[in-house]
Design a protein around this ligand. Structure first.
Ligand code: DX5
Ligand code: ZN
Length: 234
């Protein structure tokens, strides 16, 4: 059952980003992350247009799917998610997050993901206000708040994005929605605390998991130790 909507809400969940793995040993690294307690796998797809970098596409996801049962949390940093969503689902995506800054009508991308039978999330760059996504909140399963400029792993966490996380949390609560709140970029065992305190219930961590000196198990258990905020005043 690789369904985002049924995962635990009692602890902060961890989605290690493949971007920080050794691509030459990708399948092995993914298996290691799963054994170390990863709740899902974050797959960053970049097209060199929406973001100034290229990463990997469907064929890599398809290969990894053969040996992994993890939920594949696919982050599409591409200008035309409507055109490619189906190929990513066929490759093995369980969940698709696209950017509000893409070239498509968000409502059409959401409808396409529903047609394809996957859960759908929306993401936004640090400079984009929450108001860009709020009109779609009732129709999606996840909001992904970027805490770095999308395009590269290993950047520093932007704490100034936390008010935006809290704003989404308040709105999700107010409307009584089952929408997950994910934070992506520069999350480690230190910055995860502030993410959780502002209402995040899912964190992406690339460098902090695949690059941890003490190994992935220590890395993931320290991220899991963050307590999700129950503060209704948020
Ligand atoms: C950045 C990606 C992130 C990135 C996170 O564009 O969306 O998922 O891999 O990497 P770290 O955790 O190293 O900041
Ligand atoms: Zn990402």
């Amino acid at each position: 059952m690789r369904d985002l909507r049924t995962l635990s809400r009692s602890q902060v969940l961890v989605s290690p980003s493949l971007l920080a793995a050794d691509f030459g040993r990708a399948a092995e690294q993914v298996a290691e992350a799963a054994a170390a307690g990863a709740d899902m796998l974050h797959l960053d797809v970049m097209d060199g247009h929406l973001v100034p970098n290229l990463s990997f596409g469907g064929p890599v996801i398809k290969s990894l799917r053969k040996s992994s049962d993890l939920l594949f949390d696919v982050h599409l940093m591409i200008t035309d998610p409507l055109k490619y969503a189906e190929s990513f689902v066929k490759a093995g995506a369980d969940h698709i997050t696209f950017h509000v800054e893409c070239d498509n009508d968000p409502a059409a991308v959401i409808a396409e993901c529903r047609r394809l039978g996957v859960t759908v999330g929306m993401s936004l760059r640090p400079g984009t206000p929450a108001s860009a996504i709020l009109p779609y909140l009732d129709r999606i399963d996840l909001v992904l708040v970027m805490t770095v400029e999308p395009g590269f792993g290993g950047q520093s966490f932007m704490a100034d994005q936390m008010p935006k996380v809290a704003e989404f949390k308040r709105e999700i609560r107010k409307r009584g929605l089952n929408v997950r709140l994910e934070v992506d970029g520069g999350v480690d065992e230190r910055t995860v605390t502030t993410c959780a305190a502002h209402g995040a219930d899912l964190v992406v961590a690339g460098t902090a998991v695949f690059g941890h000196k003490e190994g992935m198990q220590v890395a993931i258990s320290r991220l899991h130790a963050a307590t999700p905020s129950l503060d209704s005043a948020l």
